[in-house]
Design a protein around this ligand. Structure first.
Ligand SMILES: *Cc1c(COP(=O)(O)O)cnc(C)c1O
Length: 486
C-alpha cells in the first residue's frame, strides 16, 4: 500500500515511511493511493473476532510493509483488557469498545460505544497506544531514536505520554500552560515518573506553548540534530487505528451485512470522524456520519452551507467541552480531497486560500470556489451543534433516562444524535471521554461529583514530576539538548 499527498506530491511512500512524519513535503496530508475494500465475506468472518484480531485484519490492509507476524504481536499487546481497564462496572473490558443500548423505541435505537476506557480516559488512547508500540518497533528496526515535542492543553499530551512512557528509543517533551489545566489533567500527566517523559509547565497560556513548538519546528538544523518529531492528529496511523472501532461498532450493532448503522461523533479536528469516512469508503454499510460540534462550529457551518471558514483565536471559544475547541479542523483536507474526486491541484489551491483568505466556499453560489457541497450527502455527512446549556441538559437527561453519567463531549454527541435519529437505523454515539475528566461541569449539571475509575481516586495527591520554564525558546532548546545528549 502506497501513500501520496492530498496536494499532489507524488513520490509515494509506504506506511512505515509516513509513520514517523507529519505533513507531506508539499504541506498536504497523506492518504493511501486507493482505499482497500472490505468484502461481504470478510465482514461476515470478522463478526466473531476479538478487537485485537479485527485490528490486525484492518491494519494489515494499510501497513503492508510490516511483516504480518510483527503486526499481529503489536496489536495483541495494544488492545488488551489490561490497557482498556477503565470500563464501567457493567461493561466487559475485554470488548475494548463495549456498546450499550441507551434507547430503543419507535423513534429509533440509540447506542453508546465506549472509546474512553484506556489509561487517560479519553478516546485518543485508542490510536495513541498503538502508535507507541508501532514507533518503538519501527525505531528499533532502524536503530533510530525519536524525541516527541508537543504542546497540550489536556487530552492529546497525556494520551501521548501514556502511550510512550517506558518505550525504548523515545522521549517525550510536552509543554503545557503552567497552572492552566484542571487539577485532574495536571495530575494525570505530572504524576508519571518514567525517565523518558519530560513535563514542561510554561509560564504562559496554551498559545505561548504552541508558538514555542512552532519556533523549534522551524529551526530545521535543531530539529534534525535533536531528532524531533510530533504525534499530532494528522498522523495517518492514528486515523487508521480509529477505523477499527467503527467496524467493531458496526459489527456489534448488527447481525447481517444487509443492515446499516449511523454514527454521531463529537468532533474538533475531524480526526475521529475522518476514520468513519474511511470505514465507509472501504465498504462498511454506514448510513450517516453526523458531525457534532460545540460552540466552535466551523465544521457544522460547512456541513450546513458548504462554506469552510476558519476562526481567528479571538473567535475560538473556551468551552466546557474543551477538546473540541478548535479554530480549524486539521484533518478536514482528507475529506475535501475525496469530495473533489482526488483533484489535488484544486485541493492545494483551496487550502492555500485557507491560509491567505481564511477559508473557501463550495456552495456553488455565484463567486464560490466550486459546487461540490451538493455531493456531500453522497458521503453520508450531516451535522449539528451543541452549546453549554445543551450539555448540562443532556448530562441530566442521560442520568435520568438512561441511568448513565456522560462527559461533556459525549453530551454534545448525544444532543446532536437525538436530532438525527431514524427508525430502523441504529445510531451509534462515540463516547470520547469519561465524566471524571470533566468533573467541574458534572457538578454543575448534577450537583455531585463524577465517579472515578479505580486507581484514580487520589491522583491529585501523587508526587508530581515537572519543570517550570518561561516562554523562552532558547532556554527550551537548551533543556531539550541537555536531556537528549544529542
Ligand atoms: C480530541 C477529542 C475530541 C475531538 O476529536 P477530533 O478527532 O479532534 O475530531 C472529542 N472529544 C474528546 C474527549 C477528545 O479528546
Amino acid at each position: 500500500m502506497q501513500y501520496a499527498s492530498t496536494r499532489g506530491h507524488t513520490a509515494s511512500q509506504n506506511f512505515s515511511e509516513i509513520l514517523l512524519g507529519g505533513l507531506a513535503p508539499d504541506g498536504g496530508l497523506y492518504l493511501p493511493v486507493s482505499y482497500p475494500q472490505i468484502s461481504a465475506d470478510e465482514l461476515n468472518t470478522w463478526r466473531g473476532l476479538s478487537y485485537a484480531q479485527l485490528a490486525f485484519e484492518v491494519l494489515k490492509k494499510f501497513a503492508t510493509d510490516i511483516p504480518e507476524a510483527d503486526l499481529k504481536s503489536i496489536v495483541e499487546r495494544t488492545y488488551t483488557a489490561d490497557v482498556y481497564c477503565n470500563a464501567r462496572k457493567d461493561e466487559d473490558p475485554a470488548q475494548i469498545t463495549p456498546l450499550r443500548v441507551l434507547q430503543d423505541d419507535h423513534g429509533g435505537k440509540l447506542i453508546l460505544q465506549a472509546l474512553s476506557n484506556g489509561p487517560t480516559l479519553a478516546f485518543k488512547d485508542m490510536a495513541m497506544q498503538l502508535l507507541g508500540n508501532l514507533f518503538e518497533y519501527t525505531l528499533a528496526k532502524q536503530h533510530a531514536e525519536l524525541n516527541i515535542f508537543g504542546a497540550t492543553s489536556g487530552d492529546t499530551g497525556s494520551a501521548a505520554e501514556y502511550a510512550m512512557r517506558g518505550k525504548k528509543g523515545i522521549r517525550v517533551f510536552m509543554l503545557s500552560p503552567h497552572r492552566k489545566m484542571s487539577a485532574f489533567q495536571t495530575a494525570q500527566m505530572f504524576s508519571l515518573q518514567d525517565p523518558n517523559i519530560f513535563n514542561i509547565a510554561v509560564e504562559g497560556v496554551f498559545d505561548d506553548c504552541q508558538d514555542m513548538v512552532k519556533a523549534v519546528s522551524n529551526d530545521l538544523e535543531f530539529k534534525q540534530r535533536q531528532k524531533i518529531g510530533t504525534v499530532n492528529s494528522i498522523n495517518w496511523a492514528r486515523v487508521v487505528a480509529q477505523v477499527v472501532y467503527y467496524i467493531r461498532g458496526y459489527l456489534s450493532a448488527t447481525t447481517s451485512n444487509g443492515q446499516k448503522v449511523s454514527f454521531t461523533v463529537p468532533s474538533g479536528n475531524f480526526g475521529n470522524i475522518c476514520a468513519g469516512h474511511i470505514a465507509r469508503m472501504m465498504g462498511v454499510p454506514i448510513h450517516k456520519l453526523v458531525v457534532a460540534t460545540n460552540e466552535n462550529d466551523v465544521l457544522d457551518e460547512f456541513f450546513r452551507t458548504g462554506v469552510y471558514r476558519v476562526r481567528k483565536s479571538a473567535e475560538t471559544w473556551h468551552t466546557t467541552s474543551p477538546s473540541m475547541d478548535i479554530s480549524k479542523a486539521s484533518n478536514f483536507e482528507r475529506f475535501i480531497f475525496d469530495l473533489l474526486d482526488g483533484d489535488s491541484v484544486r485541493v492545494a489551491a483551496l487550502f492555500r486560500k485557507v491560509e491567505t483568505e481564511g477559508g473557501f466556499d463550495l456552495s456553488g453560489k455565484p463567486g464560490s470556489d466550486g459546487d461540490e457541497f451538493a455531493k456531500v450527502a453522497r458521503f453520508g455527512f450531516e451535522s449539528g451543534k451543541s452549546v453549554h446549556a445543551n450539555r448540562l441538559q443532556t448530562i441530566r437527561y442521560a442520568e435520568q433516562k438512561y441511568g448513565i453519567t456522560i462527559d461533556t463531549h459525549t453530551a454534545d454527541g448525544i444532543k446532536v444524535a437525538l436530532e438525527h435519529l431514524e427508525p430502523g437505523v441504529p445510531m451509534i454515539v462515540l463516547e470520547t471521554a469519561l465524566p471524571a475528566k470533566f468533573n467541574e461541569t458534572i457538578r454543575e449539571a448534577l450537583g455531585r461529583d463524577a465517579q472515578r475509575p479505580a486507581g484514580f481516586e487520589n491522583i491529585e495527591t501523587l508526587p508530581q514530576r515537572f519543570v517550570v520554564m518561561p516562554a523562552n525558546v532558547e532556554q527550551m532548546k537548551a533543556y531539550i539538548a541537555s536531556n537528549t545528549g544529542l
